[in-house]
Design a protein around this ligand. Structure first.
Ligand code: NAD
Length: 472
């Protein structure tokens, strides 16, 4: 959708989008490449520079975002079903995702008339102040795990700030972005303010990153791709925000409420089939309670049978693709080969004779140097490690190149806060896991990236500061 119009790819090419739970073709979508990206960026730039957008007051932009939120809310069920169809997650999870997207639109709609600068008490006969101005054209590149929600973490603050947007969804999951484009059209965004280009990462994605008229790239994806994108973006001095991979520790201290902690460990790794950047994929358990925790975990995992994502009793949907299923299974094999002990799951599943499912899998006796303790698997696979005391627990938690999130389970309030301070991660959940809110910044330390989605900080990422000096 370019300049408020639906177009085929300039090349005329299309590619199929598959339902990973049924292996059926859902749609053939335009395979955009550099020519289409150029058209979309041209439209976004023209809109950014036009009076129609530049002179729109914040309040008017807010109205458009509120309208889009209302329209999305009225189509929540349809959007959630489409998200489930293309991603494989349960309808229950999709409804939560789309609900969060609506909140995000409203949260940033509320910011539009509160973007302010400062007056500065400088030396000399001057009146000096700052203006906060939109960066310009934003290229938003997003992954397939929360396709519409993560897209909204970028386009909502960008549009609120007064930027214009070219969104490139993951090639596996473009359909909800396209349905949202329909909503944006209906809401009344001017031509060029919000554009969607479908296509591959190395074609459409790379063209967006290289385009000289794109002022900022907001990227969410794997750490490896993020590094490539940063290098490419450097050639045209783009601003970049990077939300990358994770291998997040979830720490159970012996004094925790074990029932809640085990439930939290399960939500931490099995929610969204483990295809969650902040998944608590390393469970660190204090030795004295290890046996109890493992027994409860193994029992719980066995109950998480994979099934039809549209069935309301299903708790574990299909992985996003055959390729992702193969990646996850290869990690499980590595875990076994390197000597970890499989206590639940470990196999592919086909609940209705179709689909790319993997059982809820738990490995015990994992050592820190094993591949499954170090690398992001992005599937329903938990690695359980043990520790002797607080210092060792924290040291293990930080023993990773990543720093996206962490969980801490204890009834000791001082210990909880000490651990939260000592762990190098962008989000720390105490006696909870996997909670998000439009108002709470989310992003990584270390190889998990920099810059933040959500909260006021994300809005700052789409604004430049201009300092104005008036001689008196
Ligand atoms: P990916 O890196 O393969 O792809 C992400 C996006 O980048 C897709 O739209 C893809 O088409 C595009 N892309 C790929 N190569 C590109 C290139 N050369 N130039 C420009 N764009 C390119 O990631 P994925 O497999 O879709 O998603 C899974 C990864 O995303 C995991 O590593 C996960 O941890 C991460 N993730 C991070 C967060 C976070 O907030 N930190 C959230 C969700 C997912």
């Amino acid at each position: 959708m370019i300049n408020n119009g639906w177009r085929p790819a300039a090349s005329g090419k299309r590619y199929p989008v598959e339902n990973p739970a049924t292996e059926e073709n859902l749609a053939d979508v335009a395979a955009g490449d550099a020519a289409d990206v150029d058209n979309a960026v041209h439209a976004a730039k023209a809109c950014f520079e036009s009076a129609a957008w530049r002179d729109t007051s914040g309040r008017k932009r807010g109205k458009l975002l509120f309208k889009a939120a209302d329209l999305l809310e009225s189509r929540l069920d349809e959007m959630a079903r489409l998200e489930t169809a293309q991603n494989g997650k349960t309808l229950f999870e999709s409804k939560i995702e789309i609900g969060m997207t609506i909140n995000t639109l409203r949260y940033y709609a509320g910011w539009t008339d509160k973007i302010v600068g400062d007056t500065l008490p400088v030396d000399g006969p001057f009146f000096t102040y700052t203006l906060r101005e939109p960066i310009g054209v934003v290229g938003a590149i997003v992954p397939w795990n929360f396709p519409l929600n993560i897209a909204s973490w970028k386009f909502a603050p960008a549009l609120a700030a007064g930027c214009t947007v070219v969104l490139k969804p993951a090639s596996e999951t473009p359909l909800t972005a396209l349905l949202f484009a329909e909503i944006a059209l209906e809401a009344g965004f001017p031509p060029g303010a919000f554009n969607v280009i479908c296509g591959g990462g190395s074609t459409a994605g790379a063209a967006l990153v290289r385009h000289p008229d794109v002022d900022k790239i907001s990227f969410t994806g794997s750490t490896e791709r993020g590094r490539q994108v940063m290098k490419m973006a450097a050639d045209t001095n783009k601003r970049v925000t990077m939300e990358l991979g994770g291998k997040s520790p979830n720490i159970i201290f012996a004094d925790a409420d074990l029932k809640s902690a085990v439930r939290g460990a399960q939500t931490g790794i099995f929610y969204g089939k483990g295809e969650v950047c902040a998944a608590g994929s390393r469970l660190l358990v204090e030795k004295s309670v290890h046996q109890q925790v493992i027994e409860q975990l193994a029992e719980g995992a066995k109950k998480m049978t994979p099934g039809d994502p549209l069935d309301k009793n299903t708790r574990l949907g299909a992985l996003v693709s055959k390729k992702q299923q193969e990646t996850v299974l290869s990690y499980i094999k590595k875990g076994v080969d390197e000597g970890a002990q499989l206590v639940a799951g470990g196999k592919a599943a086909k609940p209705n004779g179709k689909g790319y499912y993997v059982e809820a899998t738990v490995f015990d006796a994992v050592q820190p140097e094993m591949t499954i303790a170090r690398e992001e698997i992005f599937g329903p696979v938990l690695a359980v490690l043990t520790f002797d005391d607080f210092e060792q627990g924290v040291q293990l938690a930080n023993n990773t190149i990543y720093g996206l999130a962490a969980g801490i389970w204890t009834k000791d309030i001082q210990k909880a806060h000490r651990a939260a301070k000592a762990i190098r991660a962008g989000t720390v959940w105490i006696n909870s896991y996997n909670f998000y809110d439009s108002g709470a910044p989310f992003g990584g330390f270390k190889a998990s990236g920099f810059g933040r989605d959500l909260g006021r900080e994300a809005l700052d990422g789409y604004l430049e500061t201009k300092t104005v000096w008036v001689g008196l």
